[in-house]
Design a protein. Structure first.
Ligand SMILES: *[C@@H]1O[C@H](CO)[C@@H](O)[C@H](O)[C@H]1NC(C)=O
Ligand SMILES: *[C@@H]1O[C@H](CO)[C@@H](O)[C@H](O)[C@H]1NC(C)=O
Ligand SMILES: *[C@@H]1O[C@H](CO)[C@@H](O)[C@H](O)[C@H]1NC(C)=O
Ligand SMILES: [Zn+2]
Length: 465
């Protein structure tokens, strides 16, 4: 009887999930490269009319733009481009297949990769429950080093859960590191990167990894937007925002109707909020929320990091996103000619350049480095800028992981491990350079000295080349 009941419940749950999960059957993904401002304007008009969902929120001439088009809009979309003489390339002719492949059940008899660690591996993407369970396992297995922490609750009352890794609880002069994962729900590789870093911290015997892991008190949150993350597994794979309902409104028949049911958490932080690269339209993927830090997730992160900042010096705040392969340096609202706005911009730039160079050596993956105005588009209300402005954090980055748009948010699981290996290379180089620049010592003079020597070294390198 019990068994039967459980079966019935399971069937009910399954049926429910299947019924609700948005299908992208025969949705196409197109690539367009606007050559000039006219082309950009044509694309914006298409975007505003809801004829396609754009993976690039902003774009300029020469940017590759990826646009998801549902079957009923396909003819109109193609015709409009033809009229405007814009070339278009079909990337995928059935997105549902790519989504399915990204999360395909492991084939019967497949062996788990040698990289598994407790209940997790990096051959697949895992959902919130599985990740949180893994964090519990680690806390149990490493009671003196790992503790689970809950920084707050999401709108739907889920824990925003992470771990603290501290090899030296006795230390009083704390140096702190913070890793932020999956603020944007659909960027799954962000979570898979962070869990790998955790595994390396706990298992690697490489002296540089050991130093990176043990010199800092780490606060690591693989999924800071749990509601959104869950929703990408159960409701809509392409969800980006949180699940706020405060600004619910119908976004029109062309757009998924519940689009307004969410806030872009990476536009919601209370620093130059809603000044640039953000939207006050609840139907936009860049909706900044009704007011600065309106969202509980935003408040939880801000509060948590402020408390850390009181307890010690935050050396790193790293927010992992995807895609487009770049290190973004604060501040994101400033124009190119104001890139020096952050006090230690030069150091953050130097560290990121060396990190990106090292990262590229393993598989040739190329990352760009710069402030948002140079590598992405200006934006406001982001977490990593807020952290840099409001806390004592020395090095704050937003890292956009793989790829360059071949799969975008739907990066195949087979790329998780290569991505993780190269990112770890980059982070280790980051830490070595940070150390070289004197950030682990308190004397500011040494920072300036090393900074100068790095600049001179850089100039020499340019001359030599
Ligand atoms: C999303 O944002 C709204 C504010 O508009 C907030 O009330 C809600 O709790 C957030 N959702 C989640 C899942 O945290
Ligand atoms: C969102 O909701 C809040 C609270 O109801 C309201 O004050 C605000 O004007 C709304 N914003 C938009 C853009 O609809
Ligand atoms: C924070 O931002 C304000 C306003 O842009 C600026 O005046 C201030 O210098 C910034 N502080 C830091 C530490 O970045
Ligand atoms: Zn993102």
């Amino acid at each position: 009887m019990k068994v039967l009941l459980i079966c019935l419940i399971l069937i009910a749950i399954n049926a429910n999930v299947n019924a609700e999960y948005k299908s992208y059957l025969n949705y196409k993904l197109y690539k367009v490269n606007p050559k000039n401002q006219d082309d950009v304007n044509t694309l914006k008009e298409i975007q505003n009319n809801g004829i396609g969902e754009f993976w690039n929120e902003y774009f300029r001439p020469e940017d590759d733009v990826r646009i998801m088009v549902e079957p009923s809009w396909e003819n109109i979309f193609l015709e409009r481009l033809k009229e405007a003489k814009l070339e278009v390339k079909l990337i995928f002719n059935n997105l549902q297949e790519i989504i399915y492949k990204q999360k395909a059940p492991r084939q019967a008899g497949t062996v788990r990769s040698a990289n598994s660690f407790f209940s997790l591996d990096w051959d697949d993407y895992y959902d919130l429950e599985q990740i949180n369970h893994w964090l519990d396992e680690l806390a149990e297995a490493y009671p003196n080093i790992v503790t689970t922490v809950v920084m707050g609750k999401s709108v739907e009352d889920r824990d925003i859960k992470g771990i603290k890794i501290d090899y030296h609880p006795e230390r009083t002069d704390k140096k702190i590191g913070f890793l932020e994962g999956t603020l944007h729900a659909r960027e799954w590789i962000s979570t898979a990167t962070i869990t790998w870093i955790v595994k390396e911290f706990l298992t690697s015997s490489d002296p540089d990894v050991r130093a990176f892991a043990e010199n800092l008190e780490w606060h690591i949150f693989p999924i800071v937007n749990p509601d959104g993350y869950v929703y990408t597994f159960t409701g809509n794979r392409m969800w980006r925002k949180n699940r706020s309902k405060t600004n619910f409104t119908s976004c029109g028949a062309n757009v998924n109707d519940d689009m307004s049911n969410g806030v872009d958490l990476n536009r919601n932080f209370d620093f130059v909020w809603m000044t640039v690269g953000a939207s006050n339209d609840p139907c936009s993927n860049l909706f900044a929320g009704p007011s600065p830090a309106s969202e509980p997730e935003t408040q939880a992160i801000s509060q948590y990091v402020l408390e850390l900042s009181d307890r010690g010096e935050i050396i790193y705040y790293i927010a992992f996103h995807s895609y487009t392969q770049m290190f973004v340096i604060p501040f994101s609202h400033v124009a190119s000619n104001q890139m020096l706005a952050a006090d230690n911009y030069a150091n953050m730039f130097e560290i990121a350049v060396r990190s990106a160079e090292k990262l590229s050596q393993r598989f040739g993956t190329s990352y760009s480095v710069g402030i948002a105005a140079n590598v992405l588009y200006p934006m406001s209300g982001t977490s990593f800028d807020w952290v840099k402005n409001y806390t004592n954090t020395r090095i704050s980055y937003l890292i956009e992981l793989r790829d360059m748009g071949e799969f975008g948010f739907l990066l195949p699981a087979s790329q998780i491990i290569p991505n993780n290996l190269e990112v770890m290379d980059g982070l280790i180089e980051m830490d070595k350079t940070t150390k070289l620049l004197g950030y682990y010592t308190t004397a500011d003079a040494s920072k300036i000295f090393y900074s100068l020597s790095v600049v001179i070294f850089g100039l020499m390198a340019i001359l030599v080349v």
